[in-house]
Design a protein around this ligand. Structure first.
Ligand SMILES: [Zn+2]
Ligand SMILES: [Zn+2]
Ligand SMILES: [Zn+2]
Length: 402
């Protein structure tokens, strides 16, 4: 199928269309993140404005650009991205007007769709589908507009883990790169994904605070008493009138967690007595979807379109797509303009927009009215798959017509 274009050459920017700071003239990313030389719009990751948090190991928090950062499950630090490289306004593709071709299903295909449908239902007779007389095919074709905005966000927090290596990527190996300076390629476009990694040159070794470097802590089960309450008799030493066999009437049993040694392996350092602390970078890729289907003026349930595909009429994929202005169905233009603006204002300050994709599909929808044995019935054929939706198929139980 020929892909039609949809409108006049779009004006470079509509009033109110959000301008990506990335499109403004500025230094190419990534330059040195020096706030002193960066232009005013340049976000800096040095968010001293955030309330100061106490890091678990304060002596290791003096990493430039990461000061005052919380750790270990406290709210990790929000990191606004520096602007991404983007196409200038001149790069917005021009589009030209053409008539839309609206494909419609023919009688044969309509009949075949119903036959397939009936044979797929366990108890439906095929007679109506075979013998029916089609009265009318009514097109209710509609469109599906989608805007997908694929974003990347980054956050950092201090984490403490048991020591696993002898040689650590410590701060004396070099300056730690800023979160957005670390080059990471998304595994796939338009797919949700999360990746965690240590920020280079931020790892330090430290004596474990949970066990004071001993590698062992007092047994949490028996509190260092070697004995725990017998669960069988709930500590009474008795079951009914008899002595509890499990604890021989004492109400206590030897602790199996520590094997009566009163201590257990420290979970914080896995018994090593030493831990490593480092800044962990979490990268989150997310595909944010806006979907809109205009009214098709029929009692067909729009939700059913979720199960089928349509004919791709238009696809535009770039870092920031311009809103569609000249599609023949005005509500698509409206939806596009709203969605483009909404996604932009929603994501541009908190995420980096890596890619946007805007698509229009034609969703075939035909109402078939037919007569079978003097009875008037109807069904819908929808999607490229020619799926059938019917509420009044006249033979829903094969036994009834035999
Ligand atoms: Zn007992
Ligand atoms: Zn114990
Ligand atoms: Zn420990």
């Amino acid at each position: 199928m020929e892909v039609p274009n949809y409108g006049q050459p779009a004006p470079p920017f509509q009033p109110g269309y959000p301008m990506n700071p990335a499109m403004a003239p500025g230094p190419p990313y990534p330059p040195a993140m020096n706030p002193a030389v960066a232009p005013a719009y340049y976000p800096t990751v040095n968010t001293n404005a955030l309330a100061p948090q106490v890091a678990p190991y304060p002596q290791f928090t003096g990493i430039p650009g990461y000061e005052g950062m919380a750790g270990n499950g406290d709210d990790s630090r929000f990191l606004p991205p520096p602007p991404a490289v983007g196409p200038g306004p001149d790069n917005i593709p021009a589009a030209t007007n053409k008539d839309w071709l609206i494909p419609s299903i023919n009688q044969e295909a309509a009949k075949q769709a119903l036959l397939d449908y009936a044979s797929g239902q366990c108890c439906y007779g095929s007679s109506p589908a075979e013998e029916m007389e089609i009265i009318q095919l009514r097109p209710h074709n509609t469109y599906r507009y989608r805007l997908e905005t694929f974003t990347e966000s980054r956050s950092c927090e201090w984490v403490t883990k048991p020591l696993t290596a002898d040689t650590l990527d410590s701060p004396d190996k070099g300056p730690a790169p800023q979160p957005w300076e670390i080059q990471v390629t998304p595994p796939a476009l338009f797919k949700d994904e999360t990746k965690k990694m240590p920020v280079p040159h931020t790892t330090s070794k430290k004596s474990c605070q949970e066990c004071n470097g001993k590698g062992k802590i007092i047994c949490q089960k028996c509190n260092g008493n070697s004995q725990v309450k017998c669960e069988n008799c709930n500590g009474s030493g008795k079951r009914s009138a008899d002595e509890c066999m499990d604890c021989h009437g004492t109400g206590f049993k030897g602790c199996t967690t520590c094997n009566q040694t009163n201590v257990q392996t420290c979970p914080g350092c896995a018994g090593k007595g030493q831990v490593m602390t480092f800044i962990e970078l979490t990268i989150t890729w997310k595909n944010n979807l806006h979907e809109y289907i205009p009214d098709h003026h029929s009692n067909f349930s729009t939700d059913l379109f979720k199960k089928v595909t349509g004919e791709k009429m238009y696809t535009d994929e770039q870092i920031l797509v311009p809103p569609i202005m000249n599609f023949p169905e005005p509500s698509i233009n409206q939806s596009s303009q709203t969605a483009v603006q909404q996604h932009y204002s929603q994501f541009i300050s908190t995420c980096r927009i890596l890619k946007q994709r805007q698509t229009i599909e034609l969703l075939p929808l035909t109402k078939v009215e037919y007569n079978w044995k003097g009875k008037n019935c109807s069904y819908f054929v929808y999607g490229r798959e020619n799926k059938v939706e019917t509420k009044d198929y006249p033979s829903t139980c094969c036994c009834a017509i035999l």
